[in-house]
Write a protein that binds this ligand. Sequence first.
Ligand code: UD1
Ligand code: CA
Length: 454
Amino acid sequence: MSLAIVILAAGQGTRMRSRLPKVLHPLGGRPMLQHVIDTAHQLAADEIAVVVGHGAEQVQAAIDDPTVRWVLQAEQLGTGHAVAQALPVLEADDVLVLYGDVPLVRAELLRPLVDGLAAGRIHLLTVTLDDPTGYGRIVRDERGEVRRIVEQKDADADTLRIREGNTGILAARRADLARWLDEVDDDNAQGEFYLTDVIEHCIAGGGHVQAWRVDDELAVAGVNDKRQLNRLERAYQHQQADRLLAAGVTLADRARIDVRGELVAGRDVSIDINCVFEGRVVLGDDVTIGPNCLLRDVEIGDGVQVHANSVLEGSVVEADCQVGPFARLRPGTRLRRGAKAGNFVEIKQGDIGEGSKVNHLSYIGDARLGRDVNIGAGTITCNYDGARKHHTDIGDGAFIGSNSALVAPVTIGAEATIGAGSVITREAPAGQLTLARERQTTVPHWKRPKKGDH
Ligand code: UD1
Ligand code: CA
């Protein structure tokens, strides 16, 4: 049987108090809707339709997935109306309904719903809640069979006491769903076409509703405001931390790490507090990351130490390098094996050769350094002339004295030495000492003025 997944994402999300459409608010660095679409892919859906309305263009632009069919629900007349808009564009036999603002739902909770569907049946996911406020209530008969779902706003006092809530997630044959939705009206407290009303039409037609009841409220929790989003964000981050701990990573504090993307770690990796990982980050074996570091889209080799307060982006750091404290590696940077970028060092599009050291207070941009180069404190590659960027090339074993300005384009030969405080504008030959500064002079017979002198 083929499967279509319909994801409802047309609502405004007023309570988020944001210009961003609700389903685009990030969780773990990715839009909530993206999480749901990823889950749909895990279920090997043959078709995925996302129903959009508020901010439809923005939502479509933010999700880069050519397999998604976008369905416009111009007016938000209710969840039933929303599903009804999607059905005509679908061909699959079975339909599973998910929500763009229920981001933590997992494929394994949904599999039983889509397995073994039959004509005239609804598979429903329900949840046991300590506080069911806001949820539709699951009304069962004396035999325990699901009879109805009653929305909070339509419920009497007895019904409100029911602690089994509707997750909103259900599955049925597409043809059945279309027929039942046709019969749904908007005669209720909110004047909406409720998806939940298909339950009664299913039963009235001799069908049967089977409920899967879960306890994991976080997995089915919806996001309506920033507080709920924050609760799910923290839960998600705890899941990421536990996954890392289970894989053998040492975390100084499970509650003080944020993974906003994908973090892959080798053996005996240790991560101190307040580190943020964004995009795809790969850490080799025996890597240690000091406190307060941000790593975005980087690859870190075995045995690397990243010291406190360093920011690394779009870079490759090969084995046994040292980075920081307070280093900044910008995109396009590669530290080759055993290299060092020390405190207050910024490197942009720098290729730093094996064993080379940029120990302190330097800016290296658009530069290639050979192996075993030593860059003295305060060295600047002057790579920008106000219009274009220029390249600096430094040969193996070169030694750049402190406080030198290398005005690009410029080449420093292998084993060259640059005297401290030099402004280098032309090629510095290999193996020689080059100085480009005023010579030191001492003025003879000079006397320091004294107070009272005339
Ligand atoms: C819905 C369920 C309720 C369930 C709860 C779980 C109905 C009638 N009620 O209530 O039983 O306990 O979810 O969270 O289904 N949407 C559209 N188009 C619309 C209306 C809604 O796309 O016309 C989308 C919203 O963007 C949202 C989702 O459907 O993602 C749920 O809609 P919402 O209005 O939040 O329903 P609830 O009142 O929470
Ligand atoms: Ca909701």
